[in-house]
Design a binder for this molecule. Sequence first.
Ligand code: AMP
Ligand code: ZN
Length: 128
Amino acid sequence: MKPRSAWRASNLGRMSDDCLFCRIVAGEIPATVVHETKTILAFRDIAPQAPVHVVLVPKLHEPHAVALAERAPGELTDLFVAAGEVAVAEGIADSGFRLLFNTGADAGQTVFHAHLHLLGGKPLGALA
Ligand code: AMP
Ligand code: ZN
């Protein structure tokens, strides 16, 4: 098993200049923001996989959700609370939605800043 310290070998939450989502959080790259709190930014995915596809990111940089859970567990909770609020605002709270963290290459993670996908607006089918 990977030692906990290995997850912590990230840049300890500081903004990374070469991180796409840090740059969106900093306002350097435009995004269609749908929700913002002190700790979270939520914006529409640029390549939506469902009628509603929002990406929620902590403003703190960690490479994936597990590292975020260890470094700042409260922000993980903030992500889920924000996802619920976005689901209500998008009108999919009652029909249902999927919350997904891709973690690592085999899961298809392409942006190594922890992020929660919120997908909904149609029946999504089973996971692969
Ligand atoms: P993942 O594959 O889990 O790392 O998710 C990264 C997501 O970020 C993908 O669904 C991309 O479509 C999305 N994405 C990449 N660049 C942007 C961008 N500039 N604005 C919004 N979403 C983006
Ligand atoms: Zn980042």
